[in-house]
Write a protein of this length. Structure first.
Length: 531
């Protein structure tokens, strides 16, 4: 059977009030103790499979879960057992059998859970939903994660019932969306990893026989997963001990997920109507806010150490004025362009409609746990699921998927190369625009790479990645120049820092133009225009 459920972490102050509310509504309490099995090489975990034996009251139940069509869906098979002995013969002739057939090592207990579950079934006009509040631990050896979560499982009716209730409980108790299962957290502990790593871009496994709609849905799902998983960690779930640098990485990859989502929407927008909820003003505002914070952190963690390495005395890291609801929320360079603009310009500015609390006082961690942001993530997830549930996806034509996607990527590549071969002579705003388009191209090549028939496009990925980083370094130097200019009139070291950033800018701009010319010759097979 297919199980669909949504999981929400319950922060400390909301725990007893939420549990009491469920009891008041008639929820029943039950203790659940489970052992999870896998091989030493994690064969099941790497396939996304969880196998457990759980004692439910006085009844043992053997359960196996395997990946479904989306993040909230799992193939689940349950079998009552007379005792705590595992029996794999139960899966003979089932969809699970092939997943277990290739195991080369013996199964053993890798981690355990011990929870008290409050269960309540709610009927709504949209469907029936089971609410389960789990309080307990997942344990591997001496390592422990606390469990305090509210699960909402679709029993019958439409999945919108789950999201409607989730919004109500999230709004009232400040809950945090968490896509990770207990099995995923337990597997992490079994590997002695006590804090989740930032969620980087994952591989999207497209097939040549897929329609564009199917490819679009899979690609969106990967981007949304990156956004939500980094937001969960940034909001403090299992990351209470995270230091400043770790939080910086969660925020950075959260923003990368947003950039990839926007790139995916632009790419597939040629064929698919983009749902407004996937690309509304909130996405752009959150993205710009995180960019503001990133610019400040880059000065501290990246530029300042380079200045010290170059032999300059310690400099105070300039603090840029926070954007508010009626000021620009673009990069530091954009704000600086208004106050003390360099002669060669600065990246363009944008406007934000975020409440002042986000921009004036809250860091990314506080934003990630904010109710409004978590509601936005729920909107993203529900929109994605509804897109995947739509029947009879529309075909564009009879060509293979790789050919259709490759044609659009090739067009984008030619457009950026046409301007990039003159990179040194472009104004900064034009360079900034080209950088955004190159990132978009890189992300969409990566999303499409499993089906691309043009091997030159697939081989392009390392060079695009390198060029993106180089252009990012240049943008950081532009931001640093603007930031240090404010100190340069009274601080000789700051004046030297400005000179150093400008010298590095010249070197990097030349390298970027060389890379664009290489791209034009080796991938497009064309000779670049002369400046």
């Amino acid at each position: 059977m297919l199980e669909r459920e949504l999981k929400l972490h319950v922060p400390g102050p909301s725990r007893e009030p939420l549990a009491n509310a469920l009891r008041h509504m008639g929820a029943r309490d039950q203790r659940l103790r489970a052992c999870y099995f896998d091989t030493q090489n994690r064969d099941l975990a790497r396939a996304g499979v969880a196998l457990r034996l759980r004692l439910e009251g006085d009844q043992w139940v053997q359960t196996i879960k395997a990946p479904g069509p989306d993040e909230l869906s799992r193939i689940e098979l349950n079998h009552p057992r007379p005792n705590s002995e595992l029996d794999l013969t139960l899966y003979k002739d089932s969809v699970i059998e092939p997943m277990l057939a290739g195991l080369e090592h013996a199964l053993k207990i890798r981690y355990e859970t011990d929870v008290n579950r409050l269960t309540l079934v709610q009927e709504t006009s949209q469907g029936v939903v089971e609410l389960a509040c789990d309080r307990g631990v997942v344990r591997s050896g001496k390592l422990v994660f606390e469990i305090w979560e509210l699960e909402l499982e679709q029993v019958s009716g439409h999945m919108s019932a789950v999201f409607t209730l989730a919004r109500q409980w999230l709004q009232q108790y400040g809950l945090i969306l968490d896509l990770r299962s207990k099995a995923e957290r337990g597997d992490q502990l079994a590997r002695a990893i006590t804090m989740p790593a930032p969620k980087r871009a994952g591989k999207v496994r497209l097939e040549k026989t897929m329609t564009v709609r199917q490819a679009y849905t899979l690609s969106l799902g990967e981007c949304v997963s990156q956004i939500i998983r980094n937001a969960t960690s940034l909001a403090g779930v299992d990351t209470a001990e995270a230091d400043t640098h770790a939080k910086f990485e969660y925020a950075q990859y959260l923003r990368v997920g947003m950039r990839r989502l926007r790139s995916c929407l632009k790419f597939y927008g040629k064929w698919e109507k983009v749902n407004k909820l996937l690309n509304d003003q909130r996405l752009r505002d959150y993205f710009d806010f995180l960019g503001d914070v990133r610019d400040q952190d880059v000065l501290r963690f990246h530029i300042a150490p380079q200045l010290a390495k170059a032999g300059m005395p310690d400099l105070p890291v300039p603090v840029t004025a926070p954007a508010t609801a009626d000021t620009s929320a673009g990069s530091a360079a954009a704000r600086g362009a208004n106050q003390n603009a360099p002669k060669n310009g600065a990246p363009p500015q944008t406007q934000t409609s975020l409440p002042a609390v986000y921009t004036a006082s809250a860091g990314p961690a506080q934003l990630a746990g904010d109710v409004a942001f978590q509601q936005y993530l729920l909107d993203l997830l529900e929109t994605l699921l509804s897109l995947g549930d739509q029947q009879k996806p529309r075909k564009i034509d009879e060509r293979e998927l790789g050919e259709v996607l490759g044609k659009r990527l090739k067009k984008w590549l030619k457009q950026i190369c046409r301007r990039g071969v003159h990179f040194e002579h472009l104004a900064i705003d034009a360079q900034h625009d080209l950088r955004k388009k190159l990132k978009r191209l890189r992300y969409c090549v990566e999303l499409s790479s499993s089906v691309l028939s043009d091997t030159r496009l697939v081989a392009l990925r390392p060079l695009l990645r390198q060029m993106q980083h180089t252009m990012g370094d240049l943008n950081d130097l532009y931001n640093a120049e603007v930031a240090y200019q404010g100190l340069a009139t009274t601080d000789a070291a700051a004046f030297k820092a400005v000179s150093w950033t400008r010298e590095r800018q010249s070197q990097i701009k030349h390298q970027i133009e060389v890379d664009f010319r290489t791209l034009t010759r080796e991938v497009l097979g064309e000779e670049p225009d002369e400046a």
